[in-house]
Design a protein around this ligand. Structure first.
Ligand code: CO
Length: 152
C-alpha cells in the first residue's frame, strides 16, 4: 500500500469524467488499497479515484464505522433534501453548505465483483453523493449555497 498524492482544485483531472471499471484486476485492487490508506492518512471521510489522478469509477468512504468500497457506483434512488456543511480533500481550506438528497440508494460492485446495494441517509447520503459527483467531474464548490471561507 502507498499514499498517493491528492490532486487539488485547479488540476484538470478533477473536472474529467471517470470511466467504468470493466475488469477488477490486481491494479484496481492496489488503487483501492492506496485510496483507503490515503483517505485515512489525510483524515478524510471519502475519496474518489480522480482525486488521486485516476479516471476510474472507484470510491472509498469511511465515516468511522468501517470502510465502504464502491466500484462503478450509481445512484438509483434519491429522496428528500438536506442542507449541511461539506469540505473536500481536493479543496483545502474551504467548507460550505450544500443541498443534497436526504436519502439515496446506490448500486455498485465490490472488489470481488459482487453486486452491492447501499442505502444511506444523513452523512452517508451526503458522502455518497459527494464522491459520486467526483466521478463526473463535479466538485462540491459548484453546488455551494453559502461559503464559509477559509478555515484556519
Ligand atoms: Co471531495
Amino acid at each position: 500500500m502507498a499514499i498517493r498524492e491528492i490532486r487539488v482544485v485547479g488540476d484538470e483531472i478533477l473536472r474529467k469524467k471517470a470511466r467504468r471499471v470493466d475488469k477488477i484486476d490486481d491494479r484496481i485492487k492496489t488503487i483501492l488499497d492506496d485510496m483507503i490508506e490515503t483517505m485515512h492518512k489525510s483524515e478524510g471521510v471519502g475519496l474518489a479515484a480522480p482525486q488521486v489522478g485516476i479516471l476510474r469509477k472507484l470510491v472509498v468512504i469511511d465515516l468511522g464505522d468501517g470502510v465502504i468500497e464502491l466500484i462503478n457506483p450509481e445512484i438509483v434512488e434519491q429522496e428528500g433534501e438536506a442542507i449541511d456543511q461539506e469540505g473536500c480533500l481536493s479543496v483545502p481550506g474551504v467548507t460550505g453548505k450544500v443541498l443534497r438528497p436526504a436519502r439515496v440508494k446506490v448500486k455498485a460492485v465490490d472488489r470481488n465483483n459482487k453486486p452491492l446495494e447501499i442505502e444511506g441517509t444523513d452523512l452517508l447520503a451526503r458522502a455518497l453523493c459527494h464522491e459520486i459527483d467526483h466521478l463526473h467531474g463535479i466538485l462540491f464548490i459548484d453546488k455551494i449555497i453559502t461559503e464559509e471561507g477559509e478555515q484556519s
